[in-house]
Design a protein around this ligand. Structure first.
Ligand SMILES: Cc1ncc(COP(=O)(O)O)c(C=O)c1O
Length: 403
């Protein structure tokens, strides 16, 4: 297909035009619906951390920080990884600060994939993965997450993958396995056993694992996040990605980082320096403070999110959805089939009009249409009054449906 002024976008990025988030947010505005679509909190992060950023700006930290990131942030990331997971990374050479996890993932894929290389990715996947893979001229090979059977009627099972499907997805062109745990949108935190399946494949086939761990601290009940880099033989071949956005409720700051062996960091840095070079020194310094001093605040956020998860899950169950209780993240997934509806997308499009609530259909994050079709994702990282309003609306919608 040729390039014209009326269709100037390169072919590999066509189809990434309007995201479902933009569409559903517009629908929320049109209908006055409560927007549980996009995953951002509506309260601020820890006050002392915000003050640090303000002071740093007033103090003149307003020019380009070093390309790899400010040393205090790299040191704080190293200290945090060591204290929490027992993983040792050298702040000089094994840690790179990025513009959120999004740039970390895009730069990593662009740095490591030749045109035509394949990336194995869990589906449903976070939408930027597909775009980054396309941008690199690479090819995605999805491995589906499906719910395990659950005996309870209104509670759906946890989502997991079939290890045989994972093994079968790897070909001679596979370069990376792109993981996301805790996982958006299913809320699955992969267990050691599941991670071991991934590690076995990566070790057998000499693959690099890129793991998106932005929800590492937002796990519920007795779930603990396990980084795949802690498994034997995996630190050497893993690019671990995280960011401050979710942990500290500063999604707009876009301070992220990777931890990886030096040759992998050098490769990613080579690309990253020409995407953005560097950004936001004041916020980097404030996030260093967060990682060192605000983990109690994060723990309080975690437990409050767990309560809010339960609040929204109960509301969705009242509507009659089968609710898949997440082990982590900002999101809960509802299965619409008990309502006599097959298509989650149609349901999600009707819900703003019918109930005054917005959720995101999961089908948009899958290559295999059947995997996501029955599900809608709702964000519970909102204030209690917002969630209560959504639940009230869902309850009266359910009552109207029954009448
Ligand atoms: C799984 C996942 N990865 C990455 C991101 C983006 O992270 P950042 O804002 O740090 O780029 C999100 C945000 O929703 C996410 O859910």
């Amino acid at each position: 297909m040729g390039h014209t002024l009326s269709e100037p976008l390169v072919e590999r990025m066509r189809g990434f035009g309007t995201t479902i988030f933009a569409e559903m947010t517009a629908l929320a505005q049109q209908t006055g619906a409560v927007n549980l679509g996009q995953g951002f909190p509506d309260t601020d992060g820890p006050n002392a951390m915000l003050e640090q950023a303000v002071e740093a700006i007033r103090g003149g930290l307003n020019q380009y920080p070093p390309g790899p990131g400010l040393p205090p942030l790299r040191q704080a990331v190293a200290a945090h990884r060591k204290a929490r997971y027992g993983l040792t990374y050298d702040p000089d050479g094994e840690i790179l600060v990025t513009v959120g996890a999004t740039e970390a993932i895009s730069a990593t894929i662009l740095a490591l994939c030749e045109i035509g290389d394949e990336v194995v990715v869990l589906e449903p996947y976070y939408d930027s993965y597909a775009a980054a893979i396309a941008l690199a001229g690479a090819v995605r090979r999805p491995v589906s997450l499906r719910p395990v059977h659950s005996a309870a009627e209104q509670v759906g099972g946890r989502f997991t993958f079939d290890p045989d499907e994972l093994r079968a997805a790897v070909t001679d062109r596979t370069r990376l396995i792109l993981l996301n745990s805790p996982h958006n949108p299913t809320g699955t935190a992969l267990s050691v056993e599941e991670l071991q399946h991934v590690a076995d494949v990566a070790l057998d086939r000499d693959l690099v694992v890129v793991t998106d761990e932005v929800y590492e601290h937002l796990t519920f009940d007795d779930t603990r996040h396990v980084p795949i880099a802690t498994l034997p033989g995996m630190r050497e071949r893993t690019v671990s990605v995280s960011s401050a956005g979710k942990s500290f409720s500063v999604t707009g700051w876009k301070i992220g980082w990777i931890c990886a062996p030096a040759p992998l960091v050098r490769a990613v840095m080579t690309v990253k320096q020409f995407l953005t070079f560097t950004h936001s020194g004041a916020m980097q310094l404030a996030v260093a403070h967060g990682l060192l001093r605000e983990m109690e605040w994060v723990e309080a956020l975690r437990s409050s999110l767990q309560l809010r998860r339960d609040r929204l899950a109960d509301g969705l169950a009242t509507v009659g959805l089968t609710v898949h209780i997440p082990q982590a993240t900002y999101f809960v997934i509802g299965d619409v089939r008990p309502l006599g509806i097959d298509d989650g997308e149609a349901f999600a499009r009707s819900l703003p009009h019918e109930a005054g609530v917005v959720g995101i259909p999961v089908s948009g994050f899958c290559d295999n249409a059947d995997v996501g079709r029955p599900y809608v994702r709702f964000a519970f990282c909102k204030r209690d009054d917002v969630l209560d309003e959504a639940v009230d609306r869902l309850v009266s919608y359910a009552a109207r449906r029954r009448a």
